[in-house]
Write a protein that binds this ligand. Structure first.
Ligand SMILES: Nc1ncnc2c1ncn2[C@@H]1O[C@H](COP(=O)(O)OP(=O)(O)OP(=O)(O)O)[C@@H](O)[C@H]1O
Length: 807
């Protein structure tokens, strides 16, 4: 356990004898049961089998240091470039240190052109602060010169003063203390209110922030991976600033080299635009207290906005591979300064090696200057280099994170042997391993794999509904109407299916947002915002929303169509049951899906899965509504298709300066007109019919009209009832009559899917063979029915012919 403990910052200033209190504390942490639990966690069993002696299966402090964490004695700050040359260890009190840091931070903001959106307020603040600080600084300087000449720490009292006691400052957040984060980060953590680090944060932060290691991290969805790489980045930037601030007096201008300002320090690449924006927001939340600029660079962003953001010369950029490569290859000034990069992060790395991202990502990686040990000649952009300190040039850390990361035994063995130097030796490695290798992943990288055998989040309840393909709409409508509580995401594999169900649901009066890759970026963001804003929102999305989206309060994920891979299933389901909350997933399984579903369960080592409880007495009403909705949908589609075709024809003709003439005869035109009119009358009729149906709560067949007990009343309908009751009360407010007029909804069986599942879900054994057999049986049955129908049809025809012959 010692590996997680080495107090790097303490180490620097630590006196020969530690105070008794501290020693006890360290001893205590050494035997932290949580860390021991992590230590004993196995590698994901679904991944290739491990050799017993593999040190990379969550290596947290054993005697074998190869590829694992360094022990306390082995950490040499100078090796990681964390102490600038000639730094004298000084005694300074807490205030003085903070003051210096602030001075430096302020300075760093001065020559950075601010983003107009946020910049004005910042500029104002900075000016006011600057005035204040100037007078303060002068005072402090005077006091320092008189009272506190620079001395080497050798005395307990001073040491106690130097390190702020976080226990006292943030007593509720003591769980973070062992990670020894910078006080400003602790301030952010306390402001945001994260009581304790998540396991992945606990495991990654010491390795990444204090031991300067590269990290490959895998942990379940919603487990806080963003901060697992975000906090080490902030920690290092702050430490560098602090050191530069300490040197400011001695070295003057030169000190600034140790915390270069206005240069790119971290490049975080994510597979989707939404994820990049989300990671940016998450990090910005922490960057607030420490004046670190984090900006997103994603496809779909306007050139002006992009330019404005890059002009602020942010330290951290979060982007998608396509747009980043476009800018890097185009020689964008801020982005080509990749030599100053201290962190290169691949978030959701396994998704990025899929088609569509790989080439751009590979090109970006090829532009990265070689890290320690590589020949200078291999760096392609050295002529663009500005002078940066050895501190930031010395090493770049690479972080690779995902919930579904699989590394081959061969790659882990390679890391262990430290044989990752050759760029050519990529034989037998998968794409993610090749990219990690090319990105300069160091041989002693820490691999932290906290995924369990099933990889799925532990608070997730999975379930399924078996139904015919054509009944999926009905079951989806059933779930959303009867159990439509809290936020729900419905996943489709194809955009066509997404369009179909979102249209049907809208016709049925269910307000849904949609999200898919063919939408304009602005519309995509709007859809997410709308979904976020509605506590009971419904988002119908393709797999573009499967990864990383972090929207609190998503309680249900419906797999309308099964995804193509087990990984995507994990990520889709991971949109619920995030952090410490719980949620459920419901897969709609048609006979065609059953074999796929069985193999999915097999790959997660699932022996049984719950069948989602259904109340069949609701289905006749559901089917009735759906049938009308489908007819409306068909007519509207036909109509809009015709209009689209017509306008396309007109637009094309207009662009060619042609006149479109109508050659239809008068008779045809009248006929068309009549047809259209009949169609629109029919449509209106259907709409009226559906309006009548959906104006009432969805009721089971046995529902009594005389006693509305609210069976099947969703929150929406109950809300409508309440509104209605309120309205009626307001309309004719006669004193004394209130009681009689008020409509009361008695009882409520509208429960969340998770609640329904927990109280009534039935476990079904998942037997792959059984599922396949079932599928075969259904297919046989269908074939027989078809044959029977054909036989009957032929028979009828024959009889008809015979009858006609007799006549
Ligand atoms: N220490 C913590 N305590 C409580 N909540 C946390 C903590 N760290 C992060 N979170 C919250 O947990 C949620 C999930 O975090 P994050 O998005 O980083 O997860 P993730 O592991 O990257 O998920 P995914 O694999 O789906 O991308 C976020 O809302 C985040 O604010």
């Amino acid at each position: 356990m010692a590996a997680l403990l080495p107090p790097q910052r303490h180490e620097e200033k630590e006196p020969v004898s530690l105070p008794e209190k501290k020693r006890k504390k360290r001893k205590r942490t050494k035997h932290d049961p949580e860390l021991e639990r992590l230590d004993s966690l196995p590698w994901n069993s679904s991944l290739p089998n491990e050799e017993e002696d593999d040190a990379f299966s969550l290596f947290i402090g054993s005697g074998d240091l190869d590829g694992g964490f360094l022990s306390l004695e082995e950490i040499n700050e100078s090796e990681y470039g964390l102490d600038g040359p000639g730094v004298k260890k000084k005694i300074s009190n807490k205030k003085k240190k903070k003051q210096k840091l602030e001075d430096f931070t302020e300075g760093s903001g001065e020559d950075v052109e601010a983003d107009p959106a946020e910049g004005m307020a910042e500029e104002k603040n900075a000016k006011a602060k600057k005035k204040k600080k100037k007078s303060k600084k002068n005072k402090t300087k005077a006091v320092q010169q008189e009272d506190e000449p620079a001395t080497v720490i050798d005395n307990k009292d001073n040491e106690e003063e130097e390190m702020p006691n976080e226990d006292e400052t943030y007593p509720e957040f003591y769980e973070w203390n062992e990670l020894r984060l910078h006080p400003l980060l602790m301030k952010s953590i306390s402001r945001i209110g994260f009581k304790e680090p998540t396991p992945i944060q606990r495991a990654c932060i010491p390795a990444a922030a204090h031991q300067g290691k590269d990290v490959i991290g895998a942990a379940e969805t919603g487990s806080g991976k963003t901060l697992a790489f975000g906090l080490p980045i902030f920690q290092r930037l702050l430490e560098e600033r602090e050191k530069a601030a300490n040197m400011l007096e001695e070295k003057g201008e030169e000190a600034a080299k140790y915390a270069p300002k206005g240069v790119l320090r971290a490049l975080i690449i994510t597979p989707t635009r939404e994820l990049a924006l989300q990671v940016t927001d998450h990090l910005k939340e922490f960057g607030k207290d420490i004046n670190v600029r984090v900006v997103p660079i994603v496809g779909g962003m306007s050139a002006e906005k992009q330019e404005r953001l890059l002009k602020t010369r942010p330290e951290i950029i979060v982007g998608t591979p396509g747009r980043l490569w476009e800018l890097i290859s185009g020689g964008e000034k801020h982005l080509v300064e990749l030599h100053s990069l201290s962190f290169f992060v691949l978030d959701e790395a396994d998704r990025m090696v899929e088609a569509g991202h790989f080439c751009e990502l590979q090109s970006i990686i090829e532009m990265l200057p070689m890290t320690k040990g590589a020949t200078e000649g291999q760096s392609q952009n050295t002529q663009n280099c500005v002078t940066v300190s050895s501190l930031s040039r010395k090493k770049r850390q690479t972080f690779v994170f995902s919930a579904t990361l699989s590394l081959s035994a061969d790659f882990r063995r390679k890391l262990k042997r430290g044989s990752l130097k050759s760029k050519q030796s990529t034989e037998g490695l998968n794409s993610i391993e090749i990219l990690s290798e090319r990105a300069g992943m160091k041989p002693n990288a820490a691999i932290v794999d906290l995924t369990n055998a099933s990889i799925l989040a532990k608070n997730l309840e999975e379930s399924f509904i078996e139904c015919r393909e054509e009944d999926k709409d009905a079951y989806l409508y059933y779930i959303l109407s009867i159990h439509g509580e809290r936020r729900t995401i419905v996943f489709c594999t194809s955009i066509a299916a997404l369009r179909h169900i979102s249209s049907i649901l809208r016709i049925l009066g269910i307000n849904v947002s949609t999200l898919h890759a063919q939408m304009q970026q602005r519309a995509r963001l709007k859809a997410i915002d709308r979904f976020r804003a509605n506590e009971h929102g419904i988002l119908v999305a393709t797999d573009v929303a499967a990864r990383g989206l972090d929207i609190p309060g998503v309680r249900t994920v419906v797999h309308y169509q099964l995804p193509h891979s087990a990984e995507v299933y994990v990520h889709r389901s991971g949109r619920t049951a995030r952090a410490s909350s719980d949620g459920c997933s419901i897969a709609l399984i048609s006979p065609n899906d059953s074999a796929k579903f069985a193999s999915l369960c097999k790959s997660f080592s699932k022996e049984s899965i719950k069948r989602f409880p259904l109340e069949s007495s609701y289905m006749p009403e559901v089917m009735k509504r759906l049938s009308v909705a489908r007819q409306i949908d068909k007519i509207s589609r036909k109509d809009s298709q015709e209009r689209a075709n017509k306008s396309w024809l007109e637009r094309s003709a207009e662009s060619l300066e042609l006149v479109v003439e109508n050659y239809d005869s008068e008779e045809e035109r009248v006929k068309n007109f009549k047809q259209k009119k009949a169609c629109s009358v029919h449509l209106k009729k259907l709409q009226q019919e559906l309006g009548g149906l959906i104006s009432r709560p969805l009721r089971p067949k046995t529902f009594s009209h005389r006693y509305p007990t609210a069976a099947g009343v969703t929150h929406l309908i109950q809300h409508q009832f309440e509104e209605l009751a309120k309205q009626k009360g307001d309309d004719n407010l006669v004193p004394g009559e209130n009681k009689r007029r008020k409509m009361v909804v008695i009882g409520q069986d509208c429960v969340e899917p998770l609640q329904a599942l927990r109280s009534a879900g039935r476990e079904v054994l998942m037997d792959g063979k059984d599922m396949s057999q079932k599928r075969r049986n259904v297919e046989n049955l269908r074939r027989k029915r078809k044959e029977e129908k054909k036989r009957l049809r032929d028979q009828r025809r024959k009889q008809k012919k015979q009858f006609q012959g007799r006549q």
